[in-house]
Design a protein around this ligand. Structure first.
Ligand code: ACO
Length: 324
């Protein structure tokens, strides 16, 4: 199997670090040096995750030279769905003009694309489907406490899509996934879940919004991304020297830099676009992949390692051989 099309989309509304200075006790200098972020894109009131996902999917279809009807299954990785249900993937498939094809969501926060790539690859490799559209899409600005400087500066909105197709070439080399639900307090948004159904008290406590213990999450992110990259390489019988591109989840430039340093990877092998988009959770890796492919940097035969860490806690890596 291989990827035959990529696309990405970010909403038009840009929020710069200087914009944030207007209502938060923060500075462009603090945000830039602590996170590497300069700008992020936020949806407007009338935009939702399915709108971003559909735009990215349409771009991927054009890139692949395919119609939506050529796709057998639609998967959206997101923790900011339009609704609790129906699944955002159902809305996206319908928006693309497709009827009665399977569509479902994967909710595993920043690891969503890695889990999704593993599931989609499994569906194709086992012969269930010929073509799968996998989209990572988030509207995190909708669940941000915009008055909390420790999280409001970090997150952005966007979507990235890939179309996977059965092929003689084998792009999927290995996957390494992990999760640990013992410390949900490190990173959570209770939303209107069954543990704390939304009521006035929950709203007042802002339980529906993102809460994060940044410093602890930071350390775990570096450790797990390094560990998972090592595991996926060893499963694929490869070494760090074989990596052409590391495409990590874009949570913080310092996390990415530390991960690359532990892995001994030079800057030109590590894809970073965090200054433009901030942390877009499940969308960050497919957006970065789409930008990298569309600018012609990726060559046939290149080994790409995708790696992520995020809410769950969850983490994972996929080793991928790029084929034309
Ligand atoms: N502007 C100015 N000062 C700030 C800001 C801000 N925006 N935010 C925090 N500070 C202050 C803090 O109050 C603290 O002040 P104090 O020393 O007086 O108490 C100081 O800066 C240092 O705060 P830390 O939290 O220790 O700062 P740190 O260097 O750790 O950076 C950050 C914070 C950016 C959140 C970092 O910890 C981080 O990126 N964590 C990991 C995020 C991540 O990987 N998340 C997982 C994926 S997300 C998902 O799955 C949905």
């Amino acid at each position: 199997m291989k990827i035959v099309g990529v696309g990405h989309y970010a909403p038009a509304h840009v929020v710069t670090n200087h914009d944030l200075e207007a209502w938060l006790d923060t500075t462009d200098e603090w945000i830039t040096t602590r996170t590497g972020m300069k700008r992020r894109h936020w949806t407007s009131d009338n935009e939702a995750t399915s709108d971003l996902a559909s735009a990215a999917a349409e771009a991927a279809l054009v890139h692949a030279g395919l119609q939506a009807a050529d796709v057998d299954c639609f998967i959206v990785a997101t923790v900011t769905p339009d609704y609790y249900f129906p699944a955002t993937a159902c809305l996206v498939a319908t928006r693309l003009g497709v009827r009665e094809k399977p569509a479902f969501d994967i909710a595993i926060a920043c690891s969503g694309f890695i889990y999704g790539l593993t599931v989609a690859s499994g569906l194709i490799r086992s012969g269930v489907y010929r073509r799968v559209m996998l989209i990572g899409a988030e509207s995190l600005s909708k669940i941000l406490d915009k008055g909390d400087r420790s999280t409001a500066i970090l997150f952005g909105d966007g979507a990235g899509a890939v179309i996977l197709e059965r092929s003689e070439e084998n792009s999927f080399l290995a996957s390494d996934l992990g999760a640990d639900g013992s410390r949900p307090e490190l990173l959570y948004a209770h939303g209107s879940g069954s543990r704390e159904p939304i009521d006035h008290a929950a709203l007042d406590a802002k339980l529906h919004l993102i809460h994060m213990q940044g410093r602890e999450t930071f350390k775990l992110a570096v450790n797990k991304m390094v560990e998972s990259t090592g595991s996926v390489l060893s499963k694929a019988n490869l070494t760090k020297a074989d990596i052409a591109f590391l495409i990590p989840h874009q949570a913080n430039k310092r996390i990415i830099d530390a991960t690359a340093r532990y892995l001994g990877l030079p800057d030109d092998k590590v894809v970073i676009n965090i200054s433009e988009y901030g942390n877009t959770s499940a969308a960050s890796i497919p957006m970065a992949l789409s930008e990298t492919v569309r600018t012609g940097r990726v060559k046939p035969g290149d080994l790409i390692v995708f790696v992520a860490f995020g809410g769950g806690l969850s983490w994972g890596a996929v080793a991928w051989r790029w084929t034309a």
